[in-house]
Design a protein around this ligand. Sequence first.
Ligand code: SF4
Ligand code: SF4
Length: 119
Amino acid sequence: MSLLIELIRNLFRKPVTFLLPAENLPVPECFRGRIRISDEKCIGCSRCAKVCPAQCITMVPDQKEIEVKGKMITRKSRPRVNVLQCIRCGLCEDICPTDAIHLTRELSPSGPECEIEEG
Ligand code: SF4
Ligand code: SF4
């Protein structure tokens, strides 16, 4: 009998699960998600690649003129991050001299592709 009562009660209760992807999950302030790299700020110094404990950042050739403190410099390479190896430690963000690399609160995509870079 109690099982029947429980069954009837559950018919009128809201579901306890989230309706992903239609419904967004609340993301905590401290969440370390997708890495974004500003193509306009990165000077290609390789510090992020050197400090990365998971060795998931590789520098790839990419020549570009970048303005740093009013002076133009020619960047020769830029970082590429392997999402599946990244442990979200945040060291790359801490060491970057131009504030170009960030761990955002966005959920990372699945698959082996590198993180999306912004302009
Ligand atoms: S957050 Fe990821 S990419 Fe950055 S240093 Fe840590 S492991 Fe490497
Ligand atoms: S993201 Fe920052 S630390 Fe990494 S290469 Fe660019 S400027 Fe240097």
